[in-house]
Design a protein around this ligand. Structure first.
Ligand code: PSV
Ligand code: MN
Length: 389
């Protein structure tokens, strides 16, 4: 039985939640086999913000949008930030991109050629300039760097090159800015990735200093990896900077967060809550693509999935859990967690939304709003945002 005070505390916390949506999720996406275009897809960063504003309007908890450079390149980032503000949003993490240029075939900051390394570092530093203009706190770094064949390059030397580049970016960070280092097991490199796992990211961040933090993309692990353990460890070490949420069945599937394994998402959010990570110091970002489903309602659904996992995590009876843990009562402790997980939190979240002045059913409210029809009619001509062909 959940005590009334726990429910009220959970509701209060849920009202403060902030989930960042990625600009690229509003654009067309696909696999290397096919990108399916959808009607009404944004053609500019401004139109992406218009869509993000709809997600925030219906959920009340998606106030910021992550940018990806160069996908969201504009002439004046201050203007874009102003437009975001006028739309009830703010610009969030700046995601660097050193993976889509011919020069980066053998790597970017770890490339054997110093000229390519300088070019990649120049881009990363440009991203910090953009942060200055947008007021963004976080620079998200993901490197596709790695090798495909044993012997292709010197694995340890690549770590030296990586450390050198990270050090230069770290030095450039301004007051209140952070660097979030993302890891990924494999892809596009198949033999070694230069930042394959949380341990590598953690070691580099530790060496850099307090403003370097690890970001956990939930789709970037080997099957069966205990992600909540990583979360607990990083939080305890003060090194969890944020999440890229999505879900996976097989590899980096980029499906809607909570779709493949809602129980795992609950376990992650429980460790976040337990470890004091529920707050502004940990960035809760989505990093997903909606290849076959309608994008805006899918993003709304994803935000709701994170809210549901969070609500369940907040409902865990911590006193009962500690008592069972202290008594060594394995079954009782497990039952406390499962009771929370098995709670239907949808009525509670409907109440939270109503108390925030929102429609209790964000997806239905979006469908009623007419936005999907409007953008399909208005966004004709020009080039839709997206990648591939
Ligand atoms: C790489 O797979 C990644 O997760 C990084 O966060 C990139 O910035 C993003 O995907 C691009 O979609
Ligand atoms: Mn990611």
């Amino acid at each position: 039985m959940t005590a009334g005070s726990t429910v009220e505390a959970a509701k209060a916390a849920l009202k403060t939640q902030a989930i960042e949506t990625p600009s690229w999720a509003y654009g067309n996406s696909g696999t290397r086999f096919k990108v399916f275009a959808q009607p009404g897809v944004p053609r500019t960063p401004w139109e992406k913000l218009d869509d993000a504003a709809r997600v925030h309007r219906h959920t009340g908890v998606a106030p910021s949008v992550a940018l990806h450079i160069p996908w969201d390149r504009v002439a004046d980032y201050g203007e874009l930030a102003k437009y975001a503000e006028e739309s009830g949003l703010r610009l969030g993490a700046i995601n660097s991109n050193v993976f889509q240029d011919d020069d980066y075939k053998l790597g970017s900051v770890t490339h054997p050629d110093p000229a390519v390394r300088r070019k990649a570092l120049g881009h990363l530093l440009e991203c910090v300039d953009i942060m200055d203009a947008t007021g963004s706190r976080d620079l998200k770094l993901w490197f596709s760097d790695g090798t495909n064949y044993p012997g292709q390059d010197d694995i340890a030397a690549r770590q030296d090159r990586l450390a050198e580049a990270l050090g230069a970016v770290y030095e450039r960070l301004g007051d209140g800015q952070r660097m979030l280092l993302e890891y990924k097991l494999f892809e596009p490199a198949f033999y070694t990735m230069d930042v394959p796992d949380w341990g590598t990211a953690y070691a580099h961040c530790l060496q850099l200093g307090p403003r370097a933090q690890v970001v956990v993309d939930t789709g970037h692990h080997a099957p069966g990896t205990n992600i909540e353990f990583i979360v607990a460890f990083l939080l305890r070490a003060g090194k969890l900077g944020g999440f890229d949420f999505n879900s996976r069945f097989y590899a980096d599937d980029d499906l809607m967060v909570g779709a493949a394994d809602p129980f795992q998402l609950f376990r992650i959010m429980y460790e976040v809550v337990r470890g004091g990570g529920f707050g502004p110091d940990v960035a809760f970002m989505l990093d997903q693509c909606h290849n076959i489903e309608a994008k805006i309602p899918a993003i709304i659904r994803s935000v709701m999935n994170v809210q549901e996992a969070t609500a369940k995590a907040l409902l865990v009876d911590r006193a009962a859990l500690h008592a069972a843990q202290d008594a060594g009562d394995v079954l009782a402790a497990n039952a406390v967690l499962m009771d929370a997980y098995n709670t239907d939190v949808r009525p509670l979240l409907a109440e939270v939304r109503e108390e925030l002045g929102l429609d209790p059913d964000p997806v239905a409210a979006y469908h009623r709003s007419g936005w999907a029809q409007r953008i399909a009619e208005e966004r004709v001509g020009g080039e839709q945002a997206g990648w591939g062909a």
